[in-house]
Design a protein around this ligand. Structure first.
Ligand SMILES: Cc1cc2nc3c(=O)[nH]c(=O)nc-3n(C[C@H](O)[C@H](O)[C@H](O)COP(=O)(O)O)c2cc1C
Length: 156
């Protein structure tokens, strides 16, 4: 092997693993959401970017939490006064050991009630829920997406 390549390989071996690098990398963070028209997805993506993970819609096959999350961010919105059935069903699948703590967000246009419904589903699963929530009325603008990221940062 040429000397340069050998040195690069040695360097890679000597680097700390990703989970050793910093506090944020030691946490197992999950972001789950359901979004019909993209508003909640935009917030989920901003939170996920801050956490260095990918936001996953609850109807995707990767949605089940296979490793216990230190923090589960979970969001949705109201449609005719209730949560979408995908999110309702997902909440029913959650178990106490799936997450140490959950943090809830929503983008419902008229009311914050989705926050309560999601919190209720989490409580029924036995998952502790942070008192702080993130709420935007409808489509978030750039500033609100930055606020979502900053909000998420306090849990990371
Ligand atoms: C069919 C429909 C019904 C809705 N019903 C409600 C409602 O009952 N209460 C409310 O606050 N917002 C309601 N909204 C507004 C949505 O909650 C809001 O637009 C939300 O940001 C949608 O999120 P999404 O883009 O992630 O799907 C409704 C929207 C639609 C399309």
């Amino acid at each position: 092997m040429p000397r340069d390549l050998k040195r690069a390989a040695e360097h890679r071996k000597s680097r700390p693993a990703r989970w050793e690098l910093g506090k944020e990398n030691t946490m197992n963070v999950a972001v789950r959401y359901y979004s019909r028209s993209g508003n909640t997805k935009a917030v989920a993506d901003a939170i996920a970017e801050k956490a260095g993970v990918r936001a996953i819609a609850v109807d995707q096959k990767e949605a089940p939490l296979t490793d216990a999350a230190d923090v589960l961010f979970i969001g949705g919105a109201l449609y005719a006064y209730g949560l979408d059935s995908h999110l309702k069903e997902y909440l029913k699948t959650l178990k106490k050991g799936d997450a140490k703590k959950a943090v809830v967000f929503s983008t419902s246009r008229l009311s914050r009630h989705a926050l309560d419904l999601i919190r209720k589903g989490l409580a029924e699963a036995g998952i502790a829920v942070a008192g702080e929530t993130f709420y935007v009325k409808g489509k978030p603008d750039d500033r609100q997406l930055q606020e979502a990221a900053a909000f998420a940062g306090q849990f990371l």
